[in-house]
Design a protein around this ligand. Structure first.
Ligand SMILES: Nc1ncnc2c1ncn2[C@@H]1O[C@H](COP(=O)(O)OP(=O)(O)OP(=O)(O)O)[C@@H](O)[C@H]1O
Ligand SMILES: [Mg+2]
Length: 504
């Protein structure tokens, strides 16, 4: 007999000004089940999670948790029934220690007036023991890597007697190895009978970890069932309503056919990376990949002047270039798209329009400093159309967009500059499969116009299908280089080897 249903949603509707975000959605999750919620950007996944959490009360429909209806659905009642949501920002206190973050709520809930550190440490240890992890209890949470902060958030959720832990895109900011750790934690929770609902755009992860899945399209449920009934193709088709095929990129010019755009010689900023040499010709899309600690992000930040390199040299179109600041990088035509849209990227309260034109303002202002409004509007509208940014108009604030649509706005901002060298860090993190294709097409078109593109990514299918060369960094050094015939299997084998030498 299957375990009883823990959560049942029935015919849920939710509207925002002008947007019917959920149109009669049903969802059911059994006790101890790992359930995945899939759907394109803007299909209503985060909204559905907020309905369960009581953040957005539904306008119609029924929410049943633990066998009885919630009426009304409030955040407090949802938590009382055992629902814990781990949001993308984790809602932790960065300047408090791990132990304080873990134990604080308990102390307050139990109405303790006197803080006893021994008790706080004991609570914190107990929480971490349940996910079978050790973390430095006294360290401020803000100093921990993202993956560890996430573990603190999960451990804290368990202290509230969670029966269902919900994670919205929990793997987007994690490297492959950290994803493996998270999956082990999820397996352990499942073994304790705790259900998990999670959102991911990485279909391979979905297929591996979840037992059942529910697929949303445009605010409606279009499919559900045991994960074994699905494969990548059928999930994609259900999500998009069409079949999507990302074809492989071919670099037509051939190596050395044209003078290089970017030449990097012995570049270093020890201990992060050192002795890195490579060149990028016009029209090339060169992938840079490597595990956590490989130094690839630091290298990218070096090229963009955020963490200037201390050794070696850079030439741009044959001319020596010193990149000591972001201003110098931008002036030379180097653009960098950061991975973390939430903290580094967008001006959330500002309109989409402003976010996109932010980087080309000087250009639009022209010689006398007058803004060419008509041209700005045309440009912004082109980007919204090309990237399929789902919005009623360009004047709405970026924060009203779904996560994946925010990511596209960020990308549009940097591409609008048409730089000489474009450095992209995880450009399609959080973007659904159908739209990834559109973004990849756009990158290829830009490369074809002669731009040099550096693509940093953990997403091996993305690297393999879009790059004509792939550089592998290991512990700050270039460890291997592959041509366009490289396969995911080869790269994976190199990762395994790296993990082995690192003693993990
Ligand atoms: N606070 C809000 N105000 C106005 N519209 C909103 C708000 N929150 C969500 N929406 C709209 O509701 C729809 C569903 O958004 P939601 O964030 O649930 O999508 P999602 O499936 O989580 O997408 P993603 O994969 O990009 O994160 C979108 O059209 C979005 O613009
Ligand atoms: Mg979302």
């Amino acid at each position: 007999m299957p375990p009883p249903q823990f959560l049942e949603l029935d015919d849920i509707h939710k509207r925002f000004a002008g947007v019917h975000a959920l149109r009669g959605v049903d969802l059911s999750i059994r006790e101890g089940e790992v359930h995945c919620l899939a759907g394109e950007n803007g299909s209503g996944k985060s909204t559905l999670i907020k309905v369960i959490a009581g953040v957005h009360p539904p306008e119609e429909g029924r929410v049943r948790i633990g066998g009885s209806d919630l009426d009304p659905v409030t955040p407090l009642e949802s938590i009382r029934r055992g629902v814990q949501v781990i949001y993308q920002d984790f809602s932790l206190f960065p300047n408090l220690s791990v132990a304080e973050n873990l134990a604080l709520n308990n102390e307050v809930e139990q109405g303790r007036r006197i803080v006893r550190w021994s008790r706080i440490r004991a609570t914190a240890r107990e929480a971490l023991a349940r996910i079978r992890r050790e973390l430095p209890l006294h360290r401020p949470v803000g100093e921990l890597p993202v993956a560890d902060r996430q573990l603190v958030a999960i451990a804290r959720a368990l202290l509230h007697d969670a029966r269902l832990v919900i994670m919205d895109e929990p793997t987007t900011a994690l490297t492959q190895r950290e994803v493996e750790n998270l999956f082990t934690v999820i397996e352990n929770l499942r073994a304790e009978g705790i259900a998990i609902l999670f959102v991911s755009h990485k279909l391979r992860e979905v297929l591996r970890i979840s037992e059942r899945l529910t697929i949303l399209r445009n605010g409606s449920k279009v499919a559900e069932g045991p994960t074994t009934d699905f494969d990548e193709r059928s999930i994609t088709e259900a999500m998009t309503g069409r079949s999507v095929r990302d074809e492989k990129f071919h670099y037509t010019a051939g190596p050395g056919a044209r003078p290089p755009v970017l030449e990097v010689e012995g570049l270093g900023r020890p201990p992060a990376y050192r002795g890195v040499s490579f060149r990028v010709d016009p029209g090339e899309i060169v992938g840079i990949t490597g595990l956590l600690g490989s130094g690839r992000t630091e290298l990218a930040l070096g090229l963009f002047g955020l963490l200037p390199a201390r050794e070696g040299s850079v030439r741009l179109d044959g001319q020596p270039l010193r990149i000591r600041s972001v201003e110098e990088a931008l002036a030379a035509g180097i653009a960098y798209v950061p991975e973390d849209r939430l903290t580094e990227g967008l001006f959330l309260e500002q309109s989409i329009h402003r976010n996109i034109i932010a980087s080309i303002l000087p250009e639009l202002a022209g010689r006398f400093g007058f803004l060419d409004f008509a041209r700005a509007r045309r440009e912004v509208e082109e980007w919204i159309r090309d990237f399929g940014i789902a919005t009623p108009n360009a004047e709405v604030p970026a924060q009203s967009l779904s996560g994946g649509n925010q990511q596209r706005v960020l990308l549009a901002r940097w591409l609008a500059r048409t730089p000489r060298v474009l450095v992209l860090n995880g450009p399609t993190v959080g973007v659904d499969v159908g739209s990834k294709e559109a973004i990849h097409q756009r990158l290829r078109a830009l490369a074809a116009e002669g731009m040099a593109v550096l693509l940093l990514s953990d997403d091996l299918p993305e690297v393999v299908s879009n790059c004509n060369r792939v550089l592998l960094l290991r512990e700050g050094r270039l460890a291997a280089e592959f041509d366009e015939s490289v396969t995911e299997e080869t790269l994976n084998a190199h990762f395994a080897e790296t993990a082995g030498t690192a003693g993990v």
